[in-house]
Write a protein that binds this ligand. Structure first.
Ligand code: ADP
Ligand code: MG
Length: 242
């Protein structure tokens, strides 16, 4: 963690701070309309809310894929409102990212899909040969390392995506509807893996629509509506629209 870049007003155990964040796209109403939140190191947080409520925008701001129109964002001590472009890749090395649509390289096998994340940060081949099988074992895919994505089920593909997100040992894992394309059984398997990752110390932020999972897992739940946080509860549940 980079203490030198932390603002004075960011509490020392926060890994994510958003302070009155607004985001407007070129067209249409503001996607985020004054969002403030703090997430501490080691937390597991669900972000829920209707389609269009700003969840993906929030995740993209945390990745510094987007910049805020107004407000302050600090992730792991990096001030994302002032970070230099050339520092962004180094910042992103601290993050693991999983999307709904897996985003695997279709012409590469499972091993290569995961190894790719390590090659980007110039891990040695010897270390890649150790790390990739280890993380594939963690997600239960040790024996599928030679398969192409097209030969795997949706649940298996998402586990490859999860292995790829985890192989560089991120401090924060961000997942935007990771179970959106999965059946209930595979959804639970992915969530249990995310919980395990969290128990090993990684901060986990999961956007989801899966009410049953949110209600059963009893984690912190942040509910968004029309670009604002309308609820933020410890051991929360998924609220239906009133
Ligand atoms: P969610 O992930 O909760 O469904 P999003 O963050 O994707 O919500 O979208 C929030 C709002 O911003 C929506 O009204 C959406 O139409 C709008 N929006 C999202 N991305 C863009 C974009 N690239 N350009 C214009 N509007 C966008
Ligand atoms: Mg979304």
């Amino acid at each position: 963690m980079r203490r030198d870049r932390r603002m004075r007003d960011v509490p020392s155990d926060n890994v994510i701070t958003m302070d009155h964040v607004y985001k407007s796209y070129a067209k249409g109403a503001a996607a985020l309309n004054g969002v403030s939140l703090q997430i501490k190191q080691g937390e597991f947080v669900f972000i829920v809310g209707d389609s269009g409520s700003g969840k993906s925008t929030l995740i993209k701001l945390l990745l510094r894929e987007l910049t805020a129109t107004r407000g302050y964002i600090n992730v792991l001590g990096y001030d994302l409102t002032t970070i230099k472009h050339r520092k962004i890749p180094k910042f992103r090395r601290n993050l693991g990212i999983v999307f709904q649509d897996f985003r695997l390289l279709k012409d590469r096998n499972v091993y290569e899909n995961v190894a790719f994340a390590q090659r980007i940060i110039q891990v040695s081949t010897a270390n890649i040969r150790r790390n990739v099988p280890s993380i594939l074992a963690t997600v239960g895919l040790a024996d599928k390392y030679k398969s192409k994505p097209s030969q795997l089920s949706g649940g298996e593909q998402q586990r490859v995506a999860l292995a790829r997100a985890l192989v560089n040992r991120p401090l924060i894992l961000l997942a935007d509807e990771p179970t959106g394309n999965l059946d209930p059984r595979n959804s639970w398997e992915i969530m249990k893996l995310l919980e395990q990752v969290n128990q090993n110390g990684t901060t986990v932020v999961v956007v989801t629509h899966n009410k049953e999972i949110v209600n059963q897992m009893q984690k912190r739940v942040i509910t968004m509506k029309q670009g604002v946080i309308v609820e933020d509860e410890e051991n929360g549940g998924y609220r239906d629209e009133d």
